[in-house]
Design a protein around this ligand. Sequence first.
Ligand SMILES: NC(=O)c1ccc[n+]([C@@H]2O[C@H](COP(=O)([O-])OP(=O)(O)OC[C@H]3O[C@@H](n4cnc5c(N)ncnc54)[C@H](O)[C@@H]3O)[C@@H](O)[C@H]2O)c1
Length: 276
Amino acid sequence: MGRLEGKVAFITGAARGQGRSHAIRLAQEGADIIAIDICEDVAANPYKGATEEDLAETVRQVEALDRRIVATKADVRNFEQLKKAVDDGVAQLGKLDIVAANAGIAGTPHHSEDIPEEEWLDMIDINLTGVWRTVKAAIPHLKANKGGSIIITSSDAGLFAYANISHYVSAKHGLVGLMRTLALELAPDMIRVNSVHPTTVDTDMVQNETIYKLFRPDLENPTKEDFAAAATMMNALPIPWVEAVDISNGVLFFASDESRYITGVPLPIDAGAAVK
Ligand SMILES: NC(=O)c1ccc[n+]([C@@H]2O[C@H](COP(=O)([O-])OP(=O)(O)OC[C@H]3O[C@@H](n4cnc5c(N)ncnc54)[C@H](O)[C@@H]3O)[C@@H](O)[C@H]2O)c1
């Protein structure tokens, strides 16, 4: 028996990166999947967005595991799109047990006083309010299910500060407040709420020129190797980054009954960055 046999999971940002990895890892353990992704470039984000082909590849990989998946193009800035996607998914798959609120952007680095107001608002709208909209759409289904598990993807930037990305740091800290409040509000319904806090993860969000320059302002044309050296300095374990599946394994633990009495916990998955 898989650790999630018979369960259904709703995952945002599932077209690529960690979201796709969560879909595959949870499906490997028996879950059916409701997946959404914007599948478009996001303004103010300096790297390429996911595509509809990326989401189709997630579908292909989940179906190859003999699990069902309902995938929809939807934006976490639009509550109606999210509600329709999760309602349709539940109508087809029967219920909802798990929510992985993972969609997010890195945005463009600036000193706080130089952040254009639209970029600040877009960051909060996607990385903080988008998670609230995701759980708002899902909670009625979790209550109807008489229990469930919500896992919110924050970041080490939700636990401490990084210069030049105060919009991102503020959104990710805000998620800890949202997670703790939801844990309190939803406990009587046997719905658990926890967050995961990754260090650098090897995905398109960080493997791009803007992030290389954020980490290596000392170099004119920093390479992946230059970035790796700086990223390694942040972690206690001598590695530059973790893989998406390392975060998926944390999500799987919170999704499974192995964590049945754990709620309100922010879990660093960060090669020891938080203890440095
Ligand atoms: N990569 C890292 O180093 C790192 C570290 C800590 C936390 N995180 C967080 O992990 C999560 C996943 O990021 P990733 O590393 O897989 O990056 P990624 O860019 O590969 O994946 C993010 C996904 O979210 C989707 N998305 C973005 N805006 C959306 C919107 N408005 N509506 C719906 N979908 C949207 C993208 O299309 C993409 O598929 C994010 O919340 C990110 O902040 C990433």
